[in-house]
Design a protein. Structure first.
Length: 200
């Protein structure tokens, strides 16, 4: 993508759009929320919100943490599978997260607002966990190295118990990312090199 004559990658574009959406909500208030944020009770009236809500965030902390995750996880996954496949994983996770949220909250809480890139980012993390399951990382605030697949799927379980967290969106992202990671791994995409350092 070229913006003002400068090449801008997908990850940088997502971060920019998320910051713009956040500012739009801060300035536009309720009107901007209705236009950008998905609610299961009104999603048929505003169908584009299944996508626009991926880029909207509830607060500064929500935005910053998601963008840090997008940059770190996204950059590493992109180095393995390429930018085009990263785009597919991002939107597959975001859309399936929206679908899961609509299906579950339509019954339990149709008036709730669902927003954030967490589902898409969880898809990226899950895809990476499928391709590099035994890579060891440290997940703040746990200062103990652990296998990537344990960190990703265990973190989802912990987040599910935090009040106000849209766990169906996270679950949808995890399912999408895991399936796509399995598909890529089965097809030999992102296979670790047979020489030098190996990450598995």
């Amino acid at each position: 993508m070229r913006i003002l004559g400068t090449n801008v990658g997908f990850i940088e574009s997502v971060i920019a759009v998320c910051f713009l959406a956040f500012m739009a909500i801060q300035i536009g208030g309720r009107a901007a929320i209705h236009l950008l944020v998905m609610s299961p009770g009104t999603v048929l009236l505003f169908p584009w919100t299944v996508i626009s809500s991926i880029f909207a965030h509830a607060g500064v902390t929500h935005l910053i943490f998601n963008m840090i995750g997008m940059y770190i996880w996204g950059s590493y996954l992109q180095s393995i599978i390429g930018e085009k496949r990263l785009i597919r994983v991002f939107f597959a996770g975001g859309l399936l997260g929206s679908v899961f949220s609509v299906l579950i909250y339509s019954i339990s809480n149709p008036g709730v607002y669902v927003l954030g890139a967490s589902g898409a980012i969880f898809a990226i993390a899950a895809c990476l966990a499928m391709l590099r399951p035994n890579m060891r990382i440290i997940m703040i605030p746990v200062p103990i190295p652990m296998q990537l697949w344990k960190a990703v799927f265990g973190f989802m379980l912990i987040l599910s118990f935090i009040p106000g967290t849209a766990w169906p969106g996270h679950l949808g992202g995890l399912v999408a990312g895991a399936l796509m990671g399995h598909f890529y791994k089965k097809g030999g995409i992102g296979k670790a090199p047979s020489h030098g350092f190996r990450f598995s």
